[in-house]
Write a protein that binds this ligand. Structure first.
Ligand code: ZN
Length: 337
């Protein structure tokens, strides 16, 4: 029995020894295993960090691209805004013009008077010394001057509205008129006026429409019809545009009944409310007859501006002669004459 007990003690001791050896032996193995795991983790961690970087770089590229896109869009918006700004500036200028037109309307207006027009090359010395003939070139230069200086060419109707307070005309306004009704007006002046978008008036000697008088041709009905988009036509007597031996107009010296008949005949040919006295000569009788036959305004050849208080049956005009230089013309239209 005692031997059996000893054997059991020895076995227990051996087992304890074995177990201790096993534990001690296992320690470095476990430590080694732990190191391996760490290496493994590090090895796995490396490719994972690279991928992250690539992804970040890709995202950065994408963001840069989007930023570029946004910058381009902004640039476009800026361009659009600039354009809108330009448009607004233009609208503002237009509005300013309208406002200044309404606030600072003309106080007095120059009415220009032309007669016959000839091309420079066709003019003789005699033509050049005729105060009633200007060259086409001179006329063209004057119209260009009006255009370049932004003048408004008002009609005679507008002048009437200005006088009775129904219309405000721009400060830079002129009224262009022609007396007698020469063919040169529709032939040479018409295209020039049309080119500049101007309007003008012709006071016709109705008895001479289509006639040839002293070699100078008068406009025909066809000429008048074809140029009616630029010209308005009014009266300048029918058959009394003549001078007596004393240099007096027959419109003034004739018997009242003759004058009356002439005025009515002329009005029967061209029905208008505006008249230009032949040779600019008027009389109380003629004015009274004009009033009675339905005329509302009449022009003389006296020099001066048409102010708001003007006598509507004695409206002055500036006769444009060949001697009127561009400088002189500028003074007339600017109100400095
Ligand atoms: Zn005349």
């Amino acid at each position: 029995m005692k031997k059996k007990k000893n054997t059991r003690i020895i076995s227990t001791l051996l087992l304890a020894l074995f177990l201790m050896t096993a534990v001690v032996g296992a320690l470095p193995i476990a430590a080694h295993a732990s190191e391996d795991a760490q290496t493994q983790l590090l090895a796995e961690g490396m490719p994972s960090a690279n991928e992250e970087q690539d992804k970040a770089a890709e995202e950065q590229d994408k963001a840069a691209e989007e930023l570029n896109k946004a910058t381009e869009a902004l640039k476009q918006q800026i361009e659009d805004l600039k354009k809108q700004n330009e448009d607004l500036k233009k609208q503002n200028e237009d509005l300013k013009k309208i406002i200044s037109l309404n606030i600072e309307g003309a106080e007095s207006i120059p009415v220009l008077l032309y007669h016959h027009v000839m091309n420079e090359k066709d003019m003789t010395q005699e033509h050049r010394s005729n105060s009633n003939i200007v060259s086409t070139e001179q006329f063209e230069a004057q119209m260009k001057y009006l255009h370049d200086n932004k003048y408004y060419t008002a009609s005679v109707e507008e002048l009437e509205q200005f006088l009775d307070g129904r219309a405000i005309l721009p400060k830079r306004t002129v009224v262009i008129t022609f007396d007698d009704g020469y063919r040169s007006n529709t032939r040479y002046c018409y295209p020039i006026l049309k080119k500049y978008g101007f309007k003008a008036s012709i006071f016709l000697i109705t008895g001479l429409i289509g006639a040839k008088q002293n070699v100078i041709e008068h406009a025909t009905w066809t000429d008048l019809h074809r140029s009616a988009d630029v010209f308005s036509f009014y009266n300048h007597s029918h058959d009394l545009h003549k001078l007596d031996s004393n240099g007096k107009s027959l419109m003034v010296t004739s018997a009242q009944s003759v004058i009356r008949r002439d005025i009515l005949t002329s009005k029967g040919v061209v029905d208008s409310s505006y008249f230009a006295f032949p040779y600019g000569q008027s009389s109380a009788t003629v004015v009274a007859l004009l009033r009675r036959t339905g005329y509302r305004m009449a022009f003389t050849t006296e020099t001066g501006y048409v102010g708001k208080q003007a006598n509507v049956f004695g409206l002055p005009r500036f006769t444009i002669t060949p001697l009127v230089t561009t400088e002189e013309f500028g003074k007339i239209i600017s109100g400095a004459h």
